[in-house]
Write a protein that binds this ligand. Structure first.
Ligand code: NAP
Length: 256
């Protein structure tokens, strides 16, 4: 039985990972880490199996990681729209809440999780990040002047350097659509994300990303790998639904 802690467990993808783990009770004992009690109750019915805290504070992370075998990091800074567009074509202005900048959440908050995991003897970390990180001028970095992809990537390098077995998943644009219906494609260094085959959108359902996280907990082939991932559209005639995750992970490579 593998004991798994999911942080960001109230998030779009984190809540799906948590639900999948809770459905596989013969293999996993799932624990969640979240900062918003009301959201936990809304999504999971109770706070049983949850640790309530902020990833900027190591003390609750320390309690949560006692006896944990694998950590799934699904926390992320979340931009807030400050000024909506007033006319078509105008871009909205975003900001981050105080204490919620990418430097604080994606760098310091992820570093805290990795440091506590190392001390607690956690064997494996699966981290979901974002495509686009090879381009410092990516538009996501301009949002709220947060440099989100730069801070995420620094934390990912910190994870690799920590010595814990890692799987780093750089997702394409996340879709709230059904999983298990598409062919998944993996790449590296944003090549696939910047030039997807046949001009498809470089996107993937959150449910598919959640399944990739679960499979990464199972498959030795996913250990010490980092990769970009997108999906073919559901109705793509060339698409063959991905079922063999060992084969998918075999296409991925170590290092950021
Ligand atoms: P999300 O819904 O934005 O969830 C983020 C989670 O982090 C939430 O549960 C949030 O808690 C939690 N969190 C933030 N700050 C925290 C703190 N200080 N302490 C504790 N928890 C904190 O996630 P998502 O949209 O599924 O994205 C998952 C990952 O994929 C992220 O790394 C994201 O950048 C990346 N990604 C996103 C896209 C996209 O299209 N959106 C594309 C590619 C990659 P609350 O629920 O309390 O707010």
């Amino acid at each position: 039985m593998k004991k798994v802690l999911v942080t960001g467990a109230t998030g779009g993808t984190g809540s799906l990972v948590m639900k999948k783990l809770l459905q596989q009770q013969s293999e996993f004992e799932a624990f969640g880490f979240a900062r918003n009690e009301a959201k936990v109750i809304e999504l999971f019915g109770s706070t049983e199996k949850f640790f309530l805290g902020d990833i900027k504070d190591q003390s609750v992370l320390e309690q949560a990681m006692v006896g944990i075998n694998a950590l799934v990091i699904l926390t992320s800074a979340i931009p807030i729209m400050k000024t909506p567009p007033t006319k078509p074509g105008e871009t909205p202005v975003f900001e981050y809440a105080p204490g919620g900048t990418p430097e604080e959440v994606d760098y310091q908050g992820q570093k805290n999780q990795i440091d506590v995991a190392v001390k607690a003897g956690v064997e494996q970390i699966v981290l979901v990040g974002s495509g686009g990180g090879t381009d410092e001028n990516h538009y996501l970095n301009t949002i709220g002047n947060g440099n989100i992809l730069i801070w995420k990537r620094k934390a990912e390098q910190y994870l690799i350097d920590s010595g814990i077995d890692y799987t780093i998943i750089h997702a394409g644009g996340l879709l709230n659509e059904s999983g298990g219906l598409r062919e998944l494609l993996v790449g590296k260094d944003d090549t696939l994300i910047n030039n997807p085959p046949n001009g498809i959108r470089p996107s993937i359902p959150r449910e598919d990303v959640a399944e990739v996280v679960i499979q990464a907990l199972h498959e030795p082939n996913a250990r010490n790998k980092s990769f970009d991932i997108i999906s073919k559209p559901e109705d793509d005639p060339s698409g063959v639904v991905t079922k063999d995750f060992a084969a998918l992970f075999a296409q991925t490579t170590p290092g950021l």
